[in-house]
Design a protein around this ligand. Structure first.
Ligand SMILES: [Zn+2]
Length: 726
């Protein structure tokens, strides 16, 4: 649209490819050692999920040597990552026009050949949805056509005018028709059109001058913008990367590298740009697989442009994990942030999970966080949540300041309308008029784009003079935003208070979908509890025993990963659950062997010999009795014994004499189960009676059934939510 010239002839752009077999995702060093073969623009690469490494050799044509900027455009309708010749990731690419331009070094205008690599992943931002429908299993056989691999000279002034005109046009359309702001925008836009002549660069410059009448003069400033007036909308860049969803974890690792490389590059060009980023797991992956890029991120964290937020291991589900798991999400997350970046996060960040446990404010406080950002409740399909900024109070009275961006998205395009909606949809204006605008493409789109940052510069300029547009500000962190509100509260502003759960009215079926993963999570939580108890006990009793911290940390990190908000609730594709199944196979194997070592240190045999006494060990803190199936040396095979414990530690066993715990089939298909406290009747899989023996109280009304499953076809909103696999 605003290109002056482009070149893709073989004298200037040479492409060679190494197509990786077996859907592997090799490292830079492994991939670039392979044999590359000649290829060209117009070829297709696939199938879905395969990887193709391109060696790109460019020679900048002589006729481009006076150009102010030279770009390389690459579009294969899928995702990619630009690497230097020596293996440093430089920038992500997202096909379909999303992010297809990379700025070439000025030093390359020397007429010589220059080489770089592009790692192409045969999937899009949202995986490879069949017919564009994310509710269907992915299309296994997509091929992606490389339709752009060109050296391009952009007309930078024309591009700038395009952004100017876009914002002024939006102002003309979106401000109320009776306002002077709308009329003036229309006049200025018309004057630009009148001045413009196709092919006449002077007319472009003239158009830019006219645009300044409306946008102000600071729109091209590279300085961090400081307005004397008080801003009310604080824009922060973000890229919500689902740790798995329509793609597996292995692809997420690459999405993180692609997205964060793009952001680090943009920070160089836009000093006012601040980027908020959550999920310790993703930082850990970056450190592990992309150390050079991790170092760059670390530098940007230090300079304040790249801001770790959230404090948790992943952006997790809050409804199904045990209380201990919820605590560990924050313990492992904050520990990572503190040890790698020198401080804990101050703001809990969970924009996209499917409902919020009332315990969260308490856990946030215990983890050193007093603020919370979320957004998902604006997707409710029945009740509109009534507040934007409020106190959220846990069951124990702990509270955090919660903010839900009124633009109602955590992936805003930074449109004129997003800034306006930051006030028009703000529901807590009576208490505080400020709000956050969280902008940037998520899930592999790579976060904020040049276009968004340019638009925000213009909107910041415009808000200096145009009263109707909320004053939008950049260059401050999410923490700065909350600091301001906290100060206001300390000075006497009363925020509205919300007690208890934040229930989400969409994405239902989260308690029943993908039952195997849910079962593994719960069983795994029990295992970790027992393992930690026994290992602690063993380390107290036996000086030679070393507490298996690394082993236990690894198990917890795997567990916390599987509690990601698209994994545990069941909204991911089959591939993700295959991976989770493999993770848990290893998890239970390692867990069992660590328990065995702890028992050995406690001199407890797990294979009894003749004459041994069998002792039950309780890992729970309360009194229990019941029956156990055990092996004895005398009696190979299973033997049922009665056991009793008073809690934590050894108990006693005896022969089964008591009838307090038993199951009996009273007639065909009818079972009665009793444990001394409760008596339950099960008929055809349903509970028809449940009696508390001490009081004789029946809890199932006559003629009704408990444990009755009902299947709902929950396809509501595939086009609304994009997360309707539930
Ligand atoms: Zn998400």
């Amino acid at each position: 649209m605003y290109d002056i010239d482009r070149e893709s002839g073989s004298d200037y752009v040479q492409l060679e490819v190494y197509s990786v077999p077996n859907f592997e995702r090799p490292s830079f060093n492994e991939a670039t050692k392979q044999t590359f073969v000649h290829t060209s623009k117009g070829q297709s690469f696939g199938p879905s999920w395969s990887t193709h490494w391109f060696r790109v050799t460019v020679t900048i044509p002589d006729r481009f040597k006076d150009a102010e900027q030279i770009d390389f455009h690459w579009d294969a309708d899928c995702e990619g990552l630009v690497w230097t010749e020596s293996g440093v990731p430089l920038q992500g690419l997202t096909g379909g026009g999303e992010r297809v331009s990379w700025i070439l070094s000025k030093d390359w205008k020397d007429g010589k050949k220059h080489l770089f690599y592009i790692e192409l992943a045969a999937n899009g931002m949202f995986g490879v949805p069949t017919g564009g429908d994310t509710i269907q299993p992915p299309d296994p056989n997509r091929y992606f056509n490389l339709h752009e691999a060109d050296i391009v000279v952009p007309n930078l002034e024309a591009k700038a005018l395009y952004y100017d005109f876009w914002m002024i046009g939006d102002a003309a359309r979106e401000f109320p028709g009776e306002s002077w702001e709308s009329h003036e925008a229309l006049q200025v836009a018309t004057a630009i059109i009148d001045a413009f002549e196709v092919g006449n660069q002077d007319s472009v410059l003239e158009g830019r001058k006219i645009a300044q009448k409306y946008l102000g003069k600071k729109t091209s400033s590279t300085d961090v913008y400081k307005s004397d007036e008080k801003p009310i909308v604080f824009a922060t860049g973000h890229c919500h990367i689902d740790t798995c969803w329509l793609w597996p974890w292995a692809e997420t690792k690459r999405k993180v590298a692609r997205s964060w490389a793009s952001q680090v590059a943009l920070m160089e060009r836009y000093p006012e740009h601040r980027f908020s980023c959550s999920q310790a797991q993703q930082y850990k992956w970056l450190k592990q697989y992309y150390p050079a890029l991790y170092d760059k991120v670390k530098e940007k964290v230090k300079s304040g442009q790249f801001q770790p937020v959230g404090g948790s291991w992943v952006e997790h589900d809050t409804n199904m994990p045990s209380g201990e798991s919820l605590i560990r999400q924050f313990l492992y997350g904050q520990r990572f942030f503190e040890s790698h970046f020198g401080s804990r996060c101050e703001t809990f960040w969970l924009p996209d999970t499917f409902g919020y446990s009332p315990q969260i404010p308490q856990i946030c406080r215990l983890s050193g966080m007093s603020r919370f950002l979320t957004q998902k409740l604006s997707w409710n399909n029945i009740n509109k949540f009534p507040h934007t900024t409020f106190n959220w109070v846990a069951l124990d009275g702990s509270q955090v300041i919660c903010h839900m961006p009124p633009s109602e998205t955590y992936t805003a395009d930074a449109h004129f309308g997003d800034v306006r909606r930051s006030v028009t949809q703000h529901k807590s204006l009576d208490q505080d008029k400020t709000s956050l605008l969280v902008f940037g493409k998520g899930d592999g789109g790579g976060g904020p784009t040049e276009e968004m940052l340019e638009k925000l510069r213009r909107l910041r300029g415009m808000s200096d003079t145009i009263g109707l547009l909320p004053r939008v500000h950049m260059g401050e962190s999410v923490d700065d935003f909350f600091n301001r509100i906290e100060k206001k509260v300390a000075d006497g502003t009363d925020l509205v208070t919300w007690y208890g759960e934040l229930y989400f009215e969409l994405h239902r079926g989260t308690y029943t979908t993908q039952a195997e993963t849910k079962r593994h999570v719960r069983k795994g939580e029990f295992l970790l509890h027992d393992l930690e108890y026994l290992a602690t006990y063993a380390s107290l009793e036996n000086k030679d025993y070393k507490y298996p911290k690394k082993g236990i940390d690894d198990l917890w990190e795997g567990m916390l990963l599987c509690q990601f908000h698209d994994c545990l609730p069941g909204s991911s594709i089959e591939m993700v659950y295959d991976d989770a199944g493999k993770l848990f196979t290893e998890f239970f194997k390692t867990g069992a062997s660590l328990i065995k070592e702890a028992l050995k240190a406690l001199k407890i045999k797990d294979e009894p010999e003749k004459g041994d006494v069998v002792v039950p060990i309780s890992t729970f803190g309360w009194k229990r009795n019941g029956t156990l199936e055990i092996d004895t040396a005398e009696q190979k095979g299973q033997k049922t014994v009665q056991f009793q414990t008073t809690g934590f530690g050894a108990g006693t066993t005896g022969d089964v004499q008591s009838r307090s715990v038993h199951v009996e089939e009273t007639k065909k298909g009818e079972f009665i189960m009793e444990n001394g406290n409760l008596k339950m009747t099960v008929v055809g899989g349903h509970i028809t009676s449940l009696i508390e023996l001490e009081t004789g109280r029946e809890v199932i009304p006559e003629g009704k059934k408990g444990h009755q499953y009902v299947i709902f076809d929950d396809k509501y909103g595939p086009n609304i939510s994009g997360k309707s696999r539930l």
